[in-house]
Design a protein around this ligand. Sequence first.
Ligand code: Q46
Ligand code: ZN
Ligand code: ZN
Length: 388
Amino acid sequence: KSRGLGDLYKRQAHWYLATAVSRLTTPSRSARSSPEGEQPLAADTERSTEEEHVNQSKCRVCREPAIIDLPRHNANFCAEHLLQLCRRQVEKAIADHDMLSIDDRILVAVSGGKDSLAVWDILVELGYRADGLYLGLGIGDYSDVSGEYTRAFADERGLTLHTVDLRDEYGYDVPTAAKVTKRVPCSACGLSKRHLFDKAASDGGYDVVVTGHNLDDEAAVLFGNALRWDIDYLARQHPVLPARDGFPKKVKPLMRLTEREMAAWCIVRGIDYQVDECPMALGNKHLAYKEALNSIERTSPGSKSAFYLEFVDKMSPILAEHRDHERSRLVACTSCGAPTTEPDSGDAPVCAFCRLHDRVGGHEPVPVEMVLNKRARKAYLAAQESGE
Ligand code: Q46
Ligand code: ZN
Ligand code: ZN
């Protein structure tokens, strides 16, 4: 089904969790379609030696066999209490940072990956009114498969999903934009995503945009920003950006939960998601920062969450003034009306999205492999060929 490039580490972690969970939950597949979905634990009869060390450990809460060990909590959890922990961490993030109120109309930015599907699932389960928005980025099979997972998730649960396709509606896709602008794909991709989520939220009358950024994502971004002491980016790195000057409010309810916990949430809840990494991500710095932090975390559990959560508690208030100053210089784009910075030249302000769209809209599509570096292209083509 999935033909993307894939990330060996991620696949192994996914497989390991999936195996441990499926052996300890029952019924496995039939419960998967249930949106209620908390699955009872069952006695595990035939365990492989690889699972043995997790399965021998007991849940901290109920002493039943555990499905996951969480060294940063110095504890193991069964499926039911893992879900409880995830829900509580989301509720804490929402309460601590005044992210959402129960009356809000919420738009979730969904990619088909575990984090965005999990956050949508958690919010709906907690009683929030949340619709989804999927952007078709045109990144080959990766986008096709991601879209399929997203649509299946929404259909199975009767949730409202909006879709915007870059190629159909704006005449370009991410690989083409990267080729024409001669910049890394993530630059055009991130810019398009931010603009189109803001636009969809304001067009659709939504109060807030939710993204699935998790603790690993935020810690990796913080690590990169701190390596350069990039004050503008550090100031903007906050789990809540309030609505202002035409920007919707944006929040990150998964700020206290890791990638691994989100993968486990999806597996226990029966959510099928895109396991492959975006082919454009191979070799990017973000992944290298994640690996660096994971290696610190292995020798010193809890470091990653302390690094990020203490930043939010202690440094973010200090940087708030800088953040406010940045936002106060915004004016309306003369082409689309979105907020943008005022040009020093005295020219009419045109936002970065409109400039990108003017430049790349209408170009012939460029295949994914054309914008990968040599190593990434080789791996991508090999994965395509093997039908992976
Ligand atoms: S989708 Fe887009 Fe990511 Fe792929 S091109 Fe980069 S930014 S890596 S989240
Ligand atoms: Zn338990
Ligand atoms: Zn514009």
